[in-house]
Design a protein around this ligand. Structure first.
Ligand SMILES: CC(=O)N[C@H]1[C@@H](OP(=O)(O)O)O[C@H](CO)[C@@H](O)[C@@H]1O
Ligand SMILES: [Mg+2]
Length: 542
């Protein structure tokens, strides 16, 4: 490490005095103007991580569904996974070190993590369309440069595209070609193969309206369109040419407000979907003839995919172990349907993709989705090998054809991380192959009415949870109070947890009716306000 160069460069990216940030559920997130030093330092950390694991590491500059003024950064591990938890702590230390402690902190990280500083380092970097992203990614590049790392700047890409590139690179091309063209070709080839086998459905079945949240999804879908087969008739809305990123649109807005995004003209019964700002989440929806809005969230996506995969597994006659991984936010009806009707085991883990991904790796086929629409399917190496072999060698026609469908699903799904583009194509292929309308998909089960609220408290760390965040262990008395409130309603459930991305406590409630879900959520938020140090005026009923 050249300490003069480090001093010189870090002076160009000074840390605002007194500012401390934490590497949370989704990396660092803050107002963009507070992040320059963090980017520079994450450039350096990516170099250290790359040296430690002798692989290419990714840096993605994005704040996903947050407002346009925010930004953030996430590191991507060798196979496209989220940064290993043991390094999150190093990320936080490095981001918060004062200028004069910087060199010492780097040395300490190298010691603790056994980083061989003489090794080569390689970093892939990408960014979303925020006005601040270009400059911030340059700051990260300065950080890579100062520690002598090699880098490739992919410029504007979706978060899942960057994860894909990193995985391709570290598997020496086994996962695909580490270029945008490679990504488009791999996905569109698998998709085209899949829908070849669908009996041609009506014209209306082919149309899909996509709300791109005024983000990167619009750019990348336009680039990808020439690769699509002619059966795909997509119309892009909120493409970023007129309005602000994530403003009154995008997957998060639609999920939280349970209403259509602005800027998408929706006719009755049309199939529509929304991406989030960095295109790693997707939700579907439609409006029925009476004008009622129907949200089809991550739970229904997981269910559709599970139904489809289970049928295929039965056809190929293989006993591969399949499971669905959810979080506490999954609608109770989805869990019940999966366990009781579909007979697929369901596991509940803590919020955050890294937890879901990790759990899903335990199965031959692990389907994971957060209710908000972030998710994917993981196939174990053994399962993949078996399926590819059957697709090639199986003598029985029906079995071999089913194995081929599974093989194309493996190639279409971005197994590195949830991917709105890939998930959309998976869903479109399943609907086409099964001849399902969006209404039939929606009707697989009925969501329990639910409400998600957030409130501010003086220090959200006073709330500690257990049992995959479904029960609060502190502050004293809070869980007992929640239990008593839940008992007042039918089919009810409620829990609270501190957010990992915002300075708030989240409250979730579901019950037999919307009024009851709203009332329960409100009562629980009052309990949090009183027992966990609520800030400002007490929460008001909805
Ligand atoms: C209830 C909810 O939607 N929580 C989101 C949100 O996390 P919080 O820790 O709840 O702020 O952002 C995460 C990162 O995008 C996402 O993984 C998660 O699902
Ligand atoms: Mg996102």
């Amino acid at each position: 490490m050249d300490s003069e160069a480090l001093k010189k460069y870090s002076a160009l990216h000074p840390k605002p005095a007194g500012l401390t940030l934490q590497y949370g559920t989704a990396g660092f997130r803050a107002k963009a103007e507070k992040l320059d030093h963090v980017m520079f330092r994450m450039g350096m950390l990516a170099v250290l991580r790359s040296k430690a694991v002798a692989s290419t590491i990714g840096i993605m500059v994005t704040a996903s569904h947050n407002p346009e003024e925010d930004n953030g950064v996430k590191l991507v591990d060798p196979l496209g996974e989220m940064l290993h938890p043991s390094w999150e702590e190093y990320a936080t230390q490095l981001a918060n070190a004062e200028e004069h402690e910087l060199q010492q902190t780097i040395t300490e990280i190298c010691q603790k993590a056994a980083v061989n500083q003489h090794k080569d380092a390689s970093v892939f970097i990408g960014r979303d369309t925020r006005p601040s992203s270009e400059k911030l990614s340059q700051s990260a590049i300065d950080g890579i440069f100062v520690l002598d790392g090699q880098y490739h700047d992919y410029g504007l890409v979706t978060t899942p595209q960057l994860h894909y590139m990193v995985c391709c690179q570290n598997t020496q091309g086994q996962y695909g070609k580490a270029t945008l063209e490679g990504y488009y070709e791999k996905l569109s080839k698998a998709f085209t193969e899949l829908i070849k086998q669908s009996s041609s459905s009506g014209e209306s079945q082919k149309h899909l309206k996509i709300d791109c949240a005024n983000g990167i999804g619009a750019l990348k879908l336009s680039e990808m369109e020439p690769y699509f087969p002619k059966e795909v008739l997509i119309q892009l809305y909120n493409d970023g040419t007129k309005e602000k990123l994530n403003h009154l649109c995008g997957a998060d807005f639609v999920k939280v407000h349970q209403k259509p995004p602005r800027g998408l003209d929706m006719k009755p019964n049309e199939r529509c979907c929304s991406f989030d700002g960095d295109a790693d989440r997707i939700v579907y929806y439609y409006q029925d003839a009476t004008g009622l809005f129907h949200l089809i969230d991550g739970d229904k996506i997981a269910t559709l995919i599970s139904i489809f995969l289970k049928e295929l597994l039965a056809k190929v006659g293989q006993t591969l172990k399949m499971a669905v991984v959810q979080t506490a936010y999954a609608n109770g009806s989805s869990t019940r349907y999966l366990e009781e009707t579909l007979k697929v085991p369901v596991h509940c883990v803590k919020t955050g993709v890294k937890h879901l991904h990790h759990k899903a790796q335990e199965f031959d086929i692990g389907v994971y989705f957060e209710a908000n629409g972030h998710g994917t399917v993981l196939f174990s190496k053994a399962a993949e090998t078996k399926i590819r072999r059957l697709a090639k060698e199986e003598k029985d026609n029906e079995k071999r054809e089913a194995a081929k469908v599974l093989e194309n699903m493996i190639d279409l799904i971005n197994q590195t991380v949830g991917d709105a583009v890939s998930d959309m194509l998976v869903i479109e292929a399943i609907l086409a192959l099964k001849g399902l309308t969006v209404q039939q998909w929606d009707a697989v089960y009925t969501d329990l009415p639910n409400r998600l609220l957030k409130i501010q408290v003086a220090d959200r760390r006073v709330i500690d949870t257990t049992d995959a965040e479904r029960r609060a262990v502190t502050p004293p008395g809070l869980q007992e109070k929640i239990d008593a409130l839940v008992k007042k309603y039918k089919l009810s459930r409620a829990f609270v947890r501190p957010s990992g991305t915002e300075d708030v406590v989240r409250i979730y409630a579901e019950a037999d009716t919307q009024e009851n879900a709203d009332a329960l959520a409100h009562e629980v938020s009052l309990a949090v306000y009183h027992l966990a140090g609520g800030k400002g005026a007490p929460p008001q009923p909805l």
